[in-house]
Structure formats: C-alpha cells, structure tokens
Design a binder for this molecule. Structure first.
Ligand code: GLP
Length: 244
C-alpha cells in the first residue's frame, strides 16, 4: 500500500491496530502485538496515543513483545529500546506493565540462550502474535536479523552489521559507543505472526524495498523472507516506493 506520506500511512496502520485491539476486546481475548523500534513506527505510536486519549482506545487487553534490544544495554539508558518504547508508547497508554516484554539487555551471556527460548515460549503461551509491526534496515534487516540470517533463524544474540552500527553512530555519539551485539526475535517467530505490516519511509529505503518486494527470496535481504508469508503488507510512502 502506497501513501502520499508517512502521516497518512501511519494513520491507516494505527487504525488497523486499533480495530484489532477492539475486536479482541469484544471477544474477551488478549491482543498480542509484536512491536518495533526505529524512527518509522514513531508516527504509528503517536496516532495510537491520540486514539487512547481522544477515543478511549484501551490497551488493557494488549500483550506486546518487542523485536529486539541492544546487548549489553541497561533498560533506562537513553539508547535502550526499553526506554524508547516507554517514551514513545507505553507511558502514554493504559497497557499493564506486566503485559509488555522486550529482550533483556542485562542478562549474562550464559543465560541468553535460555532467555531467548523462554521469550518465544511466552509468545506461544500468550496465543502467538496476532500482528507484527516491522521496520526495515537499509540492508534489509528486520528486527536485527542481518543479511546472512537464514529463514529458520530463532531468537538469539547476533552481531550487528557495520552498516547498522554506522547508521546509528550519531545517536550514540560515535561508532565506538554503538554496541556490537543485540538480541533479536528470529525470522521464524516473526513469520509465525498471523499478520505482518512492514513500514518504510523515504527514498533511502527505496532500493532495499525494491529488493524485498520484487527481488528473489534471499539471505542477502532478510525482508525478502516476508514473501513467504500469506498475510503481509508493506506500507510505504511514495518515496520508499519510488523504485518499485
Ligand atoms: C533498527 C531496528 C530495526 C528497524 C531499523 C530501521 O535497526 N532494530 O527494527 O527497522 O532500525 O530503523 P528506521 O525505522 O529508523 O529506519
């Protein structure tokens, strides 16, 4: 779906998420959301906050699992995805604090494998992801599944690509300060979501969007794995869609 700008596109995505939350509420069921960080989803979260304030959209039945977190990373660090999610969404809506989950950037290396298994188990226990929101890296990464990741990859500790670290170096005050690792939900559990929406804004994303949508399914562009999913939509602004 191609929209004139990110604002219109975000409105449509927020409407879809809100409708799903309300539908699940009416059924007396939890709504299990897979959430993403990065700049792209910010406008979607802003719309959801507005709908909470102005239309009484409630997040009481929402259970959410974020895609990724840097490792190591303290949750209250200004660079953490924990903090990002609190600032961009959780602190402004009525989601229960015990109902949102992110990978833990503070656990010891020895515990990571067990943590990742448990993270996927919790998603299953909640009923599986009803909806997965995704951004896309300039190199095609989804979550932090960098190029070279296999389609059956599970949740795990990964090494960040140089290009991924370079893309965020400014925010960290220099490349040397950017963590070298991260914990990410794997490709397999992402593809298990019943519905996936990937967001991309701006012409910087145009080449990788073209590859993901029209190119072959390849580990060189992990977003291309989404071609294997039966219910996925790429929501783009005109600039991100300009090479399609
Ligand atoms: C980070 C996140 C990804 C996100 C990507 C793109 O690497 N881990 O989940 O999709 O950034 O970010 P942006 O939306 O700012 O372009």
């Amino acid at each position: 779906h191609i929209y004139a700008d990110a604002k219109d596109a975000s409105e449509a995505v927020a409407q879809e998420i809100a409708a799903l939350i309300r539908q699940k509420q009416a059924e007396g069921k939890p709504c299990v959301l897979g959430l993403a960080t990065g700049s792209s989803p910010k406008t979607v979260y802003a719309k959801l906050i507005r709908m909470h304030r102005e239309e009484g959209l409630s997040f009481q039945n929402v259970i959410s699992f974020n895609l990724d977190e840097y490792y190591p990373m303290e949750p209250d660090s200004i660079h953490s995805y924990h903090r990002f999610m609190k600032e961009q969404l959780f602190d402004h809506v009525d989601i229960r604090p015990e109902n949102y989950f992110l990978p833990d950037g503070t656990i010891s290396v020895e515990q990571i494998q067990e943590f990742c298994r448990e993270y996927e188990r919790k998603i299953q226990e909640a009923g599986g992801l009803d909806f997965q929101l995704l951004g896309i890296g300039g190199n095609g990464h989804v979550g932090f599944n960098e190029p070279g990741t296999l389609i059956n990859a599970r949740t795990r500790l990964i090494t960040l690509d140089h290009s991924t670290r370079a893309a965020t170096a400014m925010e960290f005050g220099g490349l040397a300060q950017v963590p070298r690792k991260a914990i990410t939900l794997g490709v397999a559990p992402i593809l298990n979501a019943r519905r996936i929406v990937l967001l991309a804004w701006g012409e910087r994303k145009a080449p990788v969007i073209r590859g993901a949508v029209e190119g072959p399914v390849t580990e060189h562009n992990p977003a291309s794995y989404l071609q294997a999913h039966p219910n996925v939509t790429f929501v783009l602004d005109e600039r991100a869609a300009s090479e399609l």
